[in-house]
Ligand binder design. Structure first.
Ligand SMILES: [Fe+2]
Length: 265
């Protein structure tokens, strides 16, 4: 088994700036890490921190340095994939000395944590919001699954391979989810696909495999399925995800908005 904390969509900006002119994402991230440090004993043992992209909002080296320093306060191994707001080379530079981060090319990786194979796939296409899986990424995934044992598998990518019904987000989703579905169609591995990008909790299926998206630590989107839905974000709800890959293990949302209690029943 292995237990993971998944953080997504931090959207950190340069010092003094606000993300989308509204969100003080540096202050939010510091508060989130403080909160998680208070909660950590309740979730232990945690084996690793998985961060599913949009770590930066502006791609600046300063935003990555700040995010890295904040994430390191959790004192866990860190694994990262980029999102559409990230810039691949500054991202790589900031996380270059992590075990899994490759020195060049796409930021794809595979590693084993406990009995769990964890694969990170880079869906970033710089200059656009939507994501795409390249042949190199699918090759790495195929090779990792070919050599996997009987243990569970977690595949992390920024753009979820499912639709949420939020049209303006689905429009910038994963362009070729069908290629991933085809790649995974015949495997008997117990796979959980985890993603971010949609700033909310959505569960679905890719073929017979589970897909779960994590909330963002800084903002959310209304589940408004109308074609007329207003394009834009909300300041909440925020949170992260807890993933237990043991038999009978569970995917749980960890709310991060302020709340009081617990009060006795
Ligand atoms: Fe995002």
């Amino acid at each position: 088994m292995a237990q993971f904390l998944q953080l997504s969509d931090l959207h950190v900006v340069e010092e003094g700036a606000l993300a989308s002119s509204v969100l003080d994402t540096r202050r939010t991230l510091t508060a989130v890490i403080d909160r998680l440090l208070e909660m950590k004993a309740a979730l232990d043992p945690l084996d690793a921190l998985l961060v599913s992209g949009d770590i930066s909002d502006d791609g600046s080296a300063d935003s990555y340095a700040f995010a890295r320093a904040e994430l390191e306060r959790l004192d866990m191994p860190i694994y990262v994939v980029p999102g559409n707001h990230d810039a691949r080379e500054p991202f790589r530079a900031a996380f270059a000395n992590l075990d899994a981060t490759p020195p060049s090319g796409l930021i794809d990786w595979a590693t084993t944590i406990g009995d769990t194979l964890v694969v990170g796939l880079d869906t970033l296409v710089e200059g656009q919001g939507g994501g795409r899986l390249r042949e190199d990424s699918l090759d790495l995934l195929r090779n990792a699954l070919d050599t996997a044992g009987q243990g569970p598998v977690v595949i992390m990518l920024h753009h979820p391979p499912i639709k949420t019904g939020i049209r303006f987000m689905d429009a910038i989703g994963l362009e070729n989810a069908e290629a991933l579905e085809a790649e995974l169609a015949d495997t008997r591995c117990d796979i959980t696909l985890i993603a971010g990008h949609v700033h909310g909790i959505h569960h679905g299926r890719l073929g017979h495999h589970r897909v779960a998206t994590a909330p963002s630590v800084c903002s959310g989107f209304a589940l408004d399925l109308r074609a007329s839905a207003t394009v834009g974000f909300l300041t909440g709800p925020t949170g992260c995800a807890f993933i237990d890959t043991a038999p009978g293990g569970i995917w749980s949302a960890v709310p991060l908005d302020p709340s009081d209690g617990p009060f006795p029943f």
